[in-house]
Structures are given as structure tokens and as C-alpha cells.
Write a new protein. Sequence first.
Length: 333
Amino acid sequence: MRLTRRAALGGLGVVAAGPVLAQAPQPARMPVAVSTRPVAAFEPRSPDKTRFGKLTFRGGLVLSGSHSRFGGFSGLWRGANGDDLVAVTDNGFWLTAKVVSRAGRLAGLDHAELSPILGASGKPLHRSRYYDTESLCIADGVAYLGVERTHDVLRFDWAGEGVMARARIVPVPREIKRLPDNRGLEAIGVVPHGQALAGSIVAIAERSGADDQPTLGVILGGRQPGLFSVARHDGYDITDLAFLPDGDLLLLERWYRPLRGVGMRIRRVQGASVRPGALLDGPYLIEADLGQEIDNMEGLAVHLEQGRTVLTLISDDNFSFLQRTVLLEFELV
């Protein structure tokens, strides 16, 4: 979701279609100098605390970039060893970078570049109706994006062409196309190898009903395509998903209220329960609010590091000076 939340947080993050269309063409790759400030403690009032629920805090960074397009990150992926980072902005750009770590803690991003995401014709998505790219996963050399306002899933030949790949539309059921305008597909992932639905795309809407009604999800491709639902609690919306190596599903959730701030939770769902017709739910691994170093957390990625399961989160600053781009790392206990 973009407009309502942005307006409430300062109204500085809306990127109108008209001015964008009037801009001169941008280069395919735009180098970005990324400056960082370390997040030394996840809970500033308890600086020595590292255990939060079922996760251990490993470190974090507050990021700022030298380019006006840097920000608004809503989808995140890290490579198998964690060195490569790819993020998408919610106005149609890729961010690619190398992760720098020192003594097991995040230290910076090197070789960062912003690139316009290309549509099927080669036209940048930010100049089309597909600009609202809200979720990302990369699996088996293919990148998948969820587009919120048009309720589409796009695929890209990432292994072959990287940021120069052009979008191909993945067909979705009509129920997905009927999602609310600004409450569409916010989370996307691919079921890992070794699972019953291996290779299937799983996508979930931010919120498809009112209040705490379940939200809609979809399984695309594979042996059992179909629709399912995800339980929602306490006004939290779904903002991303990632699969653990064992097939379990992690859901990143966000709560926001004007004048009251933001909250974040991560829920674990048994992978075997992901099937058509199911209502998914599960225990929470972590809950955080403004007492911890969070912002509008929208991106979640999982990778393995020497046998340890590492979760990485990124926030969407809505291009507002009132917010921050926060990159956080946790280890699953």
C-alpha cells in the first residue's frame, strides 16, 4: 500500500505518473553511493539484549543513497551465501549491491546500482501502469515480482539477463485481479526444492478484506494451483513472505496507525499447510514496535550462512524525510 500511508506520514512519497513521463530517459544502470549508520542495538533501552522471541539480532544499518530514486524498498532477496542483495522499489526500480560484513555484522553495501525494471516491450515499468512493484523473489535463476495496483505477477530471466531482463506476465486467477486497488499482492515466494509444491509460486495480498478478515493468497503453477487464505490478527497486514529451507513459510507483517506509529511481526506457518482451500496461521517468532529499531518493514529474505538461518529485513521509507531505510539481520534460534 502506498497512498494512504504516505499521506499520513508526510505525503512526500507519492510519485505521480505525469512528472515521471516527462523526465528524460534514464541510463540502464545508475551507480549509487550508499552511506550507512550502524544499528548497534535493536532495542536502544536494552543495548545488551540480542534475543527477541525466536530470533537473535545480528546487526543492522540505516541506509541513505546518493540518488533520488534510492528508497521505497518493498521487496528483498539475498543470494545463497548472502553476498548478493537485490531489492525492488515500489516505483519500478531494481537495487543491486554487494553486502559488506565485518565480524559477522552488516557493515555496508558496495557496488550499488539502481536500474529501471523493464516491461515486455523494453519500456521501464515506472512509465507504465505496472509501476507499483511491491514484492520480489528469485529462484532457479528467475525473478518474480508482485505488482500491487494491477494485481499481476511478472517473471524475469534473471540468470540470463539480470536487470536487463524484460517482464513476462504470469497468469493469475480472476479472484486475484479483483483485489482492492491498493491492497494487492505484497508478498511473493517460490516453494523450495524437496517440498510437495516445489517450484510453485506463492503470492499473498496485503489485505483483501476488512478489519481482521483473512487475506487472499494464491498458488501458481506446480501440482496444486489454487487459492487459499491467511488469517490476520490485531490489524496487521501482510507485507512479505519467505520460505525457510525446510519448507516452512515466514510472513512479515506490519501494523500502522496515524499518531501511534508502526509495529512489525514475523509469523511461521507450516509448509505442509500451504495448499488450495487452506486457512494459514501459525506462531509469531518476533514482535516489535517503536521501542525497537524498526520502520515500515516491507521486505524479507532468508539465506543460509555456515548452517545458520539468517533473516534480512528492509523498510520502505516512502521517500519521506520522516522515515528511514533500515536493513536488519536476525538469526533463527
